[in-house]
Design a binder for this molecule. Sequence first.
Ligand code: SAM
Length: 391
Amino acid sequence: MTPAARLQAAAEILDLVTASARDDGPPADAIVTRYFKTRRYAGSKDRRAVRELVFRAIRRTGERPASGRAAIVGLAGDDPDMQPLFGEPRGPDPLIEGEPASPGGIVPAWLQAELSPLVSDDEWPALVERAPLDLRVNAAWTNRDAMLRAFPDAVPTRLSPWGLRLPADSRIDDNGPYADGLIEVQDEGSQLIALACAPVAGMRILDLCAGAGGKALALAAAAPAATILASDSNRNRLAKLPPRAERAGAEIEPRLINPPRELDDLDDWRGQADLVLVDAPCSGSGTWRRNPEARWRLTPDRLDRLVDVQERLLDLASELVRPGGAVVYAVCSLLRAEGAGQAQRFLGLRSGWTAQDVLDGAGRADGPGRLLTPAKDQTDGFFVARFMKPC
Ligand SMILES: C[S@@+](CC[C@H](N)C(=O)[O-])C[C@H]1O[C@@H](n2cnc3c(N)ncnc32)[C@H](O)[C@@H]1O
């Protein structure tokens, strides 16, 4: 493909990505992969170059663009070398004087006031910068020094004792330590959420929204003798957990639960859990550096619905935990309504419950919890709080 043809392909893909963001369809990554499935003429260098153009355009554009063309016209506005490609054979149509171009930006205008006040605008560029590749060492089987020898390009993470960091775009071989269950891919922020749970042997832990089990696996590695139940309402996500657990040698019971009857499905755990982790569904605004088009997906309505679900899940957790036990609430979000606002409401509605300090100084205090941000902590953005139920 010529450079002009690559730019045209990027515009076509960006059309699909903007429509998918509007209609809550698949993520940009999946759209790029699918686009090239039917375009066998594109070699691996072409695919890499087009993907790079697509993600450059997404990262530079805060508001959802009117079209893929508007997104690349905006990109070309920052990059004069790109402008002569418009009008070349197989390239995008020639540029028209004054045609609409997506303005550059990071945080969509309506979301700026929704961010935690701790996230000042000098922190915004880090929200969409490429993320490094973090690995978590399976502490049940090995240690970080051994894995640093196995991955000579890696450095230890600053906050998590289990973490290794590789440069952005690193790939790990499916063989070797990964196949042997000695490491998992997991952002340092997610590792810190597991640390905030402080798992120990003998504990009964319920990971209420376990998904494919990222945090449940970290909990099992840290405390192999804990009893861990991993529930989720999404069958496909939960189905990914057992093979991962097997690879890591972890004992985790998966359980599909069915809203709105989650409490019935978890009746044997009612009032029994020492710890309930609520890693709740959220806007994902802390992970824009991995999914930058998620900024275009969110609407005030979608945010309100997420906040309602989080509130419900916290309610369930408060029933499932035993007196004297703890609920850890986490969201990969930097929005106040999902983080400190949600934690304050939880405590305001329940007398006798108290917030406990978590993360031992990592991140910054935000209401009753702590906030991790890409700019200050070099992790994905997370809010985490730990609540203790009165005895
Ligand atoms: C942030 S993700 C969890 C990620 C997972 N803990 C990990 O570490 O990989 C949120 C999960 O909540 C699940 N979920 C949504 N509504 C739920 C409900 N009512 N009960 C249980 N899980 C729910 C979603 O299916 C999704 O997997």
